[in-house]
Design a protein around this ligand. Sequence first.
Ligand SMILES: [Zn+2]
Ligand SMILES: [Zn+2]
Length: 281
Amino acid sequence: MLDLLQSSKFIVVIAFVLLWVLERVFPAASDNALRLRHDFRNLTLGAINAGLSALLLASLLVFTAKWTATSQIGLLNKLSVSPLLSTLLAIILLDGWMYCWHRANHVVPFLWRFHRVHHSDLEMDASTAIRFHAGEIVMSGLLRVALIPMLGLSLKHLLLYDALLLPVILFHHSNVNLPERLDRWLRLLITTPALHRVHHSRRMIEANSNYGSIFSFWDRLWRTFQLRSDGSPVDFGVKGLDSESQQTIRGLLQVPFTNASSATTAWTPAAPVPAKSPRLR
Ligand SMILES: [Zn+2]
Ligand SMILES: [Zn+2]
């Protein structure tokens, strides 16, 4: 199990370094002089969240997974399927849960207050993948703990899912100029940069789409799949959260507790997006 955890950390570091280099060699949006400062801020938020998770959530998660395995409770423990099928089901169920959680973050105003920290990034690159408010990380971690006995998840399921999830979210946030043809093939299965850039648009009708974390089929299934077929660049950010003071580490930590009126009024309930209505500009 420790091997899986170590490999997962190793994969994340390798993926981040690789994407960081590719973003400089083949950038999608032109590089700007302040990108290092931007990356430093996002990495600091990521480090705060990693520390909080290790301190508050890790032992609770391990304890719950061990208790679930000993008690043999939850959906997957009740199904008589092979370990391989059980692992596949666990990955699909966890990703389905992530779709629901992400969508709830856009629909419930209280959750959006925290989630808009992720969306307020004015640039998008691999470092955006770890730019989350600590409040969102704690809430999502606690809900995941509750999910373990319900679904009958093991520690191996959780580690394996994260080992897949983390490189994919680093990838779909990256500022790499991926050939459209390659993106098109990849998005048949996973959420790609072309899809997730639309999700980071400051136009809420676009931001309320493409919620998928690993797999793109959730968005096709629930009709929240959306693309810009004309390839026009996406304007990233959240209306009302653009000022320099709101982009500092302290400012980002205060975002959920500020009543940035334009930011809250910019929010609109997530509406199903017709699967074949890509032309928005
Ligand atoms: Zn979102
Ligand atoms: Zn994102």
